[in-house]
Design a protein around this ligand. Structure first.
Ligand SMILES: *[C@@H]1O[C@H](CO)[C@@H](O)[C@H](O)[C@H]1NC(C)=O
Length: 251
């Protein structure tokens, strides 16, 4: 079932890449296309603050910048949804029980922009057609890998209210050298960048959005030089943190 779902996601990406797919900035997802995507909200207000990726039945990975200065139990995490405002059958909302921002995170240059949210306060999350984890194998992917970005927020070039709908957007990665040529020394080997030359990509509200290639999580959206920019989007490179994630989660 897990594999079937991801194959659907990949087939969708192929469709979007066709010249007739005239949807600028990706398109609305349907349920099961990205069953690993998490909406991270402020506990109490339910305000969506970032996206993340489910990597096991009790852990979500997101950006460290989202977690900084927050108490361990200050988030709700919604899984198995498309619309931020609804909780259909099969969706799950869990309050965070602890958070672990990477100890090497730098708010100045966004180095090590990765963190973990534990959901297991009341036991592990059950999987179903709409809630499933994503693999992350620690194998470094280099340039020109096709990938799919999924998340909420302005994953489009459009300016205006943040969409409540999950968006998915096919992208291609570029080499770190090509990314560094644009963004300079902030592009360490622990970053991975995408080609956003058509202006489609992440916006400030899309941080933590998972970038998936094949059946593997390869990045989480960390920063961009601006919404709708044609310069590369920058992601935390998940393979660089495989060992660290394992040491915290046991996954
Ligand atoms: C990004 O994509 C455009 C359009 O396909 C291409 O011309 C350009 O060379 C690509 N940039 C990199 C760094 O790969």
């Amino acid at each position: 079932m897990f594999k079937t779902t991801l194959v659907v996601l990949l087939l969708s990406a192929a469709v979007f890449a066709s010249p007739n797919a005239r949807i600028i900035g990706g398109r609305a997802a349907v349920r099961r296309q990205a069953p690993f995507v998490a909406s991270i909200r402020n506990f109490g207000t339910n305000f969506h603050v970032a996206s993340g990726a489910l990597i096991s039945d009790r852990w979500v990975v997101t950006c460290a910048s989202v977690l900084l200065g927050r108490a361990g139990n200050s988030f709700d995490v919604a899984l198995g949804i498309i619309d931020l405002a609804s909780s259909p059958s099969g969706s799950v909302t869990r309050r965070s029980s602890s958070i672990t921002p990477h100890p090497g995170f730098s708010a100045t240059n966004l180095d090590n922009d990765i963190g973990l949210i534990n959901l297991a306060g009341v036991g592990s999350v059950s999987y179903n057609d709409f809630v499933m984890p994503i693999f992350f194998d620690g194998i470094r992917n280099d340039n020109a890998v096709t990938a799919v970005l999924s998340g909420w927020g302005s994953v489009t070039t459009e300016v205006g209210p943040t969409s409540n709908t999950l968006w998915i957007l096919p992208l291609t990665t570029i080499s770190n050298e090509a990314c560094e040529a644009v963004h300079g020394g902030r592009i360490t080997r622990d970053k991975i960048c995408t080609n956003n030359s058509n202006g489609n990509g992440i916006c400030t509200t899309s941080i933590g959005s998972p970038l998936v290639s094949g059946l593997q999580l390869i990045g989480i959206a960390s920063w961009t030089a601006g919404c709708g920019t044609t310069t590369p989007n920058v992601y935390t490179r998940i393979s660089s943190y495989r060992t660290w994630i394992g040491s915290i989660t046991g996954v």
